[in-house]
Ligand binder design. Sequence first.
Ligand SMILES: Nc1ncnc2c1ncn2[C@@H]1O[C@H](COP(=O)(O)OP(=O)(O)OP(=O)(O)O)[C@@H](O)[C@H]1O
Length: 248
Amino acid sequence: MILRLDDLTLGYQRHPAVHHLSGTFAPGRLTAVIGPNGAGKSTLLKGIKGLLPTLSGRVALSKAERGRIAYLPQQADLEPGFPISVLDVVLLGHWRQSGAFGAIGRDGRAAAAAALAAVGLPGLEARTIGSLSLGQRQRVLFARLMLEDGAAILLDEPFAAIDSRTVDDLMAVIQRWGDEGRTVIAVLHDLDLVRRAFPFTLALAREAVAWGPTETVLTPATLDRMRQSSAAWDDNADLCHRGQSDAL
Ligand SMILES: Nc1ncnc2c1ncn2[C@@H]1O[C@H](COP(=O)(O)OP(=O)(O)OP(=O)(O)O)[C@@H](O)[C@H]1O
């Protein structure tokens, strides 16, 4: 799926958090989104998923295409105390793909078991989610994403507090998604990982500081510019009228 942003501005209560972003995420391409805290990275993913209204511009997607976007939020929506089984958590991905009233059946269960094996948790279907470690829970969420079968997959800080072995295993899943032609966008803070595994990078500081092949984006000059602009952010700024004034 081609994800195109046309002069996209997103924000909250009309205060913009992401300004005038234009560009394309191509199928099969792994793109990292980097930027300081408050840069608008989570806001961008929510806007692409359609969880936030756009203030101006657009994400060029049909409604059907939007339904084919899988999204892993920053604070994974798993309540560890809730007595739900690993199988049910993974099957939620199947429901999202087949509709809330789709039958699960043997195929769904077999797909869930295969996905759990692929993320290194074979045979854990019956365990409760609360009995798993944080890294194991993240593996379960990746298994769920596998069943969701998204044409585009948005990951918001998927590796926060995750050990390097789990990162490597889940990176292999992400690489496979790219090989299968899926569009992958991941918010990341680990720049070494970005250099190693993500061929494209968007450096965001409320607006695009740089966007392109990772080696051209991760330069000292770009990282400096990102840091400098974060010092100047005003959360109470009014809606920006750059588009309109350009037209005057
Ligand atoms: N629900 C909300 N209501 C109002 N403002 C919000 C809301 N969510 C985020 N913001 C503001 O939007 C701006 C961008 O936030 P966002 O969470 O997108 O940044 P981020 O780059 O993902 O940061 P981090 O690295 O800390 O997760 C921040 O100034 C934040 O305070």
